[in-house]
Design a protein around this ligand. Structure first.
Ligand SMILES: [Zn+2]
Length: 433
């Protein structure tokens, strides 16, 4: 895995395209060395997909599709790293590197488990492996690849390790993900930057209007003020209420993991519920103005809504656009763009494969795993459900303090070893089922 971690496969920056290619080639070589029966690199409009399969277990054994992504986020801010992001370094039982947990660590967990099984015999089930290089930029190529390759990808279910543990020694299985939309918003006032002495008081400042829009989107309890926003939100079932009560992510957890002085939000829901079964509005970035005494011409914002089951992303975008248009003063023109849209994902928790995973995790860690929803999104999970009707077993070994997307990303080596053990156990149990 350290060889793969040394490759800076950053998907968002074009200057790293050859590193993305190198990471794909490294995986192709690795899968070939493992003697999988079919290994291929599939080019796309952007970054290649790596596919492999081994169907030698035969038709009366289950087939699983393992998913992983070999691309990573940018390592910025670089000076916050204690060791170089692409020089894997071990400190106190942790391996530090960008991608160590998200998601190269998960790929290596799965491949190491396969290698161990193959070292002592045949694979007891059929395996398909799908690895993409665009997860961190929205999985664009998979959006056409999955519907166009239904036969190739057909499997009983997908195993995805891109989720994580609830805490040290507390494994979890995720049955729901939030969806969301990304929106770019640009306000233009004057045609150029203006002297704030000569024009201040006559020409409205786009930064002020943008700030007003943003401030008006939430009330003091954190509820979105936009009309109809909560209309389609699915109500929690009694079963979910019970699962929610068992979830360990309480106020203390969020305080510890965030480093914020206090938590915030809708008091009608627990902190865990607020992050997984309630929709949210967040401003990701604002931009405008210069360090001089001038009224700027434009102000920009990048906005994200996290959405929950039964909310339609396109409908929410239309409502948002109409809402902002209705508040637009005559002094400004507005440009809005929908940059990404994914519905939320939710599936049954009592399928046979989830039962086997529960048993696997219980036998590996000696505790009952937490069954939960997650606040994030993983596009492939939705795509497989939508186009192939394929369920996903979503779990993983990422710990809450693994610093995904942040500086000093790490994987906890003892947890990683248990992860390998659990994948071996899961495949073995599936083969015997
Ligand atoms: Zn990620």
């Amino acid at each position: 895995m350290e060889e793969l971690l040394k490759i800076p496969s950053i998907s968002i920056l074009d200057e790293y395209a050859k590193d993305i290619g190198a990471a794909a080639d490294w995986l192709i070589q690795k899968l070939t060395d493992m003697n999988l029966l079919l290994v291929k690199k599939i080019s796309t409009e952007r970054h290649p997909i790596v596919y492999a399969e081994n169907l030698s277990a035969g038709q009366n054994k289950p087939t699983i599709l393992f998913y992983g992504h070999y691309d990573v986020q940018v390592p910025d801010p670089l000076n916050a790293w204690e060791s170089e992001p692409f020089v894997p370094t071990i400190r106190n039982n942790n391996l530090y590197a960008r991608g160590a947990s998200d998601n190269k660590g998960d790929i290596s967990t799965f491949l190491a488990a396969l290698e161990s099984i193959k070292a002592v015999g045949e694979l007891p089930i059929n395996i398909k492996i799908l690895l993409e290089g665009e997860e961190e930029i929205g999985s664009k190529s998979l959006r056409t690849f999955i519907p166009e390759n239904q036969e190739l990808l057909k499997a009983d279910f997908c195993l995805n390790l891109d989720s994580g543990m609830s805490d040290y020694d507390l494994p979890s299985i995720t049955y729901g993900l939030r969806g969301g939309i990304y929106v770019g918003l640009k306000l233009t006032g004057p045609a150029k930057s203006l002297h704030s002495g000569m024009f201040g008081g006559v020409i409205e400042n786009p930064i002020h209007v943008l700030s007003r829009f943003i401030a008006d989107m939430l009330d003091k309890n954190g509820l979105v003020t936009m009309p109809y926003f909560y209309d389609d939100v699915r109500i929690m079932s009694d079963e979910e209420k019970e699962l929610s009560k068992l979830n360990p992510k309480d106020e203390a957890f969020f305080l510890k993991e965030s480093g914020a002085p206090a938590i915030w939000g809708d008091k009608n829901f627990s902190p865990y519920e607020r992050t997984v079964l309630r929709p949210t509005f967040d401003v990701l970035m604002v931009q405008g103005g210069e360090r001089k005494s001038a009224i700027t011409s434009t102000a920009n914002a990048l906005i994200s809504f996290r959405l929950v089951p039964d909310q339609d992303p396109k409908k929410i975008y239309q409502q948002f656009e109409a809402y902002i248009q209705s508040k637009l003063p005559k002094t400004m023109t507005l440009e809005m763009n929908l940059l990404g849209a994914d519905p939320a994902f939710i599936q049954d928790v009592d399928t046979p494969q989830i039962e086997i995973m529960k048993r696997t995790l219980h036998e590996t860690w000696g505790v009952t795993p937490i069954i939960e929803r997650s606040g994030g999104g993983i596009p492939v999970v939705c795509l497989l459900q939508r186009h192939l009707g394929m369920p996903t077993v979503l779990t993983g070994i990422t710990l809450p303090d693994d610093n995904l997307h942040g500086p000093n990303e790490k994987i906890h080596i003892p947890t990683w070893k248990k992860g390998i053990e659990s994948v071996i156990r899961f495949i073995t149990l599936l083969g015997n089922a």
